[in-house]
Write a protein that binds this ligand. Structure first.
Ligand code: FES
Length: 157
């Protein structure tokens, strides 16, 4: 069964109108507002923004894909960040990452089919003393072993 939803341009049009005229220097705030409204930056919304502002689509799309703060695909309800930094690596982050990928059925940057989780790999979470460590949304889980992953994920619906 196909469950495709039609994307409403209404939030985008409202934001563009509020920020108009949009200059080159206002591209990032514009994209941030659009992402806040949609949860990510759908290509159709970027195209609409280009048409309405008169800025080239290639410019808007280029900025959106350059900065890691922007997502071009929808994210899951929860973001799992798996640290692969040196401190975590020497304490077994590879096994933790493998367990996460197995449990979620997606790789780095992937989102589960039920839109529950998006998995991301990061260079350091700034809590090396907890190695190996992952974050789920704003919660830290440290000194992890692969067999603890299921229990951690089960607490997020
Ligand atoms: S290396 Fe993993 S938290 Fe710093």
């Amino acid at each position: 069964m196909c469950s495709q939803t039609v994307l409403s341009m209404e939030p985008a049009l409202k934001i563009i109108e509020e920020l108009s005229p949009v200059s080159e220097g206002a591209i990032i705030p514009l994209l941030q507002r659009l992402q806040d409204a949609y949860g990510y930056l759908p290509q159709a919304v970027v195209a609409e923004a280009a048409e309405k502002t008169g800025l080239p689509f290639s410019r808007l799309y280029g900025v959106a894909t350059f900065y890691s703060q922007f997502r071009m695909t929808p994210s899951g309800r929860h973001t799992v960040r798996c640290c692969r930094g040196t401190a975590c690596h020497v304490r077994g982050s590879k096994e933790v990452a493998d367990a996460l990928e197995r449990e979620l059925g997606v790789g780095d940057g992937g989102t589960t089919e039920d839109m529950r989780f998006t998995l991301e790999t990061v260079a350091c979470l700034g809590t090396c003393f907890l190695a190996p460590v992952i974050m789920v949304d704003n919660d830290y889980y440290g000194s992890l072993a692969p067999d603890m992953i299921t229990k951690v994920l089960d607490s997020y619906q």
